[in-house]
Design a protein around this ligand. Sequence first.
Ligand SMILES: [Zn+2]
Length: 101
Amino acid sequence: MRQLVQKWNNNNRSKATFLDFHLGKKYENILRRKKIASEKLRVAETNKYVYTVLDGITQFKVCLHKRTCIFGRFQLDELPCPHALAVLTISHTGYEKYCYD
Ligand SMILES: [Zn+2]
């Protein structure tokens, strides 16, 4: 069953929009708000996994490998924070695997 779901997801990936991944309405709305907040952030790559995200003059370190953000919401909410979403967007990485079950 899981394989079928995976196949379906792959088949539909080309049609996928930002929130085509089913988290449930509540989390989709949260993620949508975070995505909007992420659009004003600037991102600089520190190394392969660590990025510096600038919100005005405030810096946030995001590590995709450890799934952490210095702000703490990434690891606390178990959903990408706006800083992590900004990194995922510029690195063309899907956010799905950064949302916990
Ligand atoms: Zn953050």
